[in-house]
Design a protein around this ligand. Structure first.
Ligand code: NIG
Ligand code: FE
Length: 418
């Protein structure tokens, strides 16, 4: 696919394989591997891609063109991590150890630990401290091959601290080459001071927080932790309806620990995604397919919490409901930014193929954050690319726990290299 007037700012040639996933599809026909591939980028976008021979015959290289002879590397779109909680202050390794000694995530939460522990920590921190804390974590996303993350607030749980968290996300977006897509998660938990008056907290989310977030244009999405012991389905519907009416797009933490009707509701409200869905019902699968709600599976959280019930990925894919895979990076239930690690876990425990995993972490992940121009190698897509020192595309999930990334390109510029 070329156009002979192309004068690229960046040209990558001689890629052993170009991995070209297509949106929302895991069938053979739409997932392309181009051998001896090349990509030409103009002004941060992909202008042409194909075999090296085809591309070299059709581009005019000029003095300013950065040429990367990929020397047999594999080139893929950068990962799109569609579910992360990167704004927190202080970590929770003490809880990790407690859990591994037998305490459950729910027990720790009941005793005031878990999310509420992180809330107490975040409220003590200034905007500047939160930015300092988050920046190295963003570098680690890049080191794992990720070029865009969805980023949630949700450890503030007061008007002031939620706005502070979202302003931090906005600032991080300006300071760091990664793109952050902001999500308001004021309904992550009921904070300590509202434990006996949850109705009041919900009212505050609807009447104060959502309007303030929208007024300052701080979020694209509104998310909620829908679970029996957190926000039930009725409360979730109330909050998300208000968010939708205020102009926010919707996401739901749904059916993570039990089947509570969260995923059905997400579909009924035309949410862009329903996330976790470890206990998704057959009816929810049908509704999500019908209404275009993308399941974002978070196998790292199941793994890290020492649980065994993974989302039924095969059932969804086989029902023609393509899935996205994300890290859920957060200090409590999944402390990693590694999408390759998610691929390995999803291969073993969710029986996904390498082809499905590449699609789930790029093109379908982009759909899960409503960004059609990301996660693909096609003309007009954003030139966010990862170069891997691996022999073929099946190798990344297989050789786990070490880094295979050689270079990372964001908007046509090299932002990381080894
Ligand atoms: O996605 N499920 C709720 N929220 C996070 C956990 C956050 C935390 O434990 O700090 C999650 O797993
Ligand atoms: Fe989460």
């Amino acid at each position: 696919m070329t156009n002979n007037t192309i004068v690229p700012d960046l040209l990558i040639k001689n890629a052993r394989q170009l991995i070209c996933p297509a949106e929302s599809s895991s069938d053979e026909a739409s997932f392309k591997i181009i051998a001896d591939g090349a990509v030409a980028c103009v002004k941060g976008e992909i202008a042409a891609f194909g075999t090296t021979e085809e591309i070299l015959a059709n581009v005019n290289i000029y003095q300013q063109t950065t040429v990367i002879d990929s020397g047999d590397l594999i080139v893929s779109p950068g990962f799109v991590d569609a579910h992360t909680h990167p704004v927190f202050f202080g970590t929770r390794e003490h809880e990790f150890e407690k859990r591994n000694q037998g305490k459950s995530y729910a027990e720790i939460a009941k005793e005031g630990g878990g999310i509420r522990h992180s809330v107490r920590q975040l409220r003590e921190a200034s905007e500047e401290q939160l930015i300092e804390h988050a920046l190295p974590y963003l570098d680690q996303f890049a080191e794992c091959g990720t070029t865009t993350i969805e980023a949630k607030s949700g450890y503030g749980l007061s008007l002031k601290d939620e706005i502070k968290s979202l302003r931090v996300i906005k600032k991080l977006n300006e300071l760091h080459p990664l793109d952050l897509v902001p999500t308001f998660l004021g309904a992550h938990e009921i904070p300590d001071e509202y434990r006996t008056q949850r109705e009041k907290y919900i009212q505050m989310i609807i009447e104060e927080m959502i309007p303030a977030v929208v007024e300052e244009n701080l979020a694209e999405f509104c998310d909620i932790f829908c679970e029996e012991h957190v926000f039930n389905v009725r409360e979730t519907e109330k909050i998300l309806t208000a968010a939708h009416d205020a102009g926010l797009k919707l996401k739901v933490h749904a059916d993570q620990l039990s089947s509570s009707g969260g995923a059905e509701l997400a579909a009924q409200l035309h949410a862009v995604s329903a996330d976790h869905v470890d206990y998704i019902s057959d009816r929810a699968i049908e509704l999500m397919k019908k209404n275009g709600t993308v399941p974002v599976l978070l196998p790292g959280a199941v793994f890290f919490l020492g649980l065994t019930h993974y989302a039924p990925a095969r059932k969804m894919i086989d029902a023609d409901l393509p899935v996205a895979i994300a890290t859920d990076f957060n200090p409590g239930s999944c402390m990693t930014q590694s999408m390759p690690m998610m691929m390995t876990i999803a291969s073993i425990y969710m029986k996904m193929t390498a082809q499905e995993l590449w699609t789930a972490t790029t093109a379908t992940a982009a759909k899960a954050i409503d960004k059609k121009n990301l996660g693909k190698i096609e003309i007009g897509a954003k030139a966010d690319l990862a170069l891997w020192d691996i022999p073929n595309f099946r190798y990344l999930p297989y050789h786990f726990g070490v880094s295979h990334l050689k270079k990372l390109i964001k908007s046509g510029k090299i932002i990381w290299e080894k």
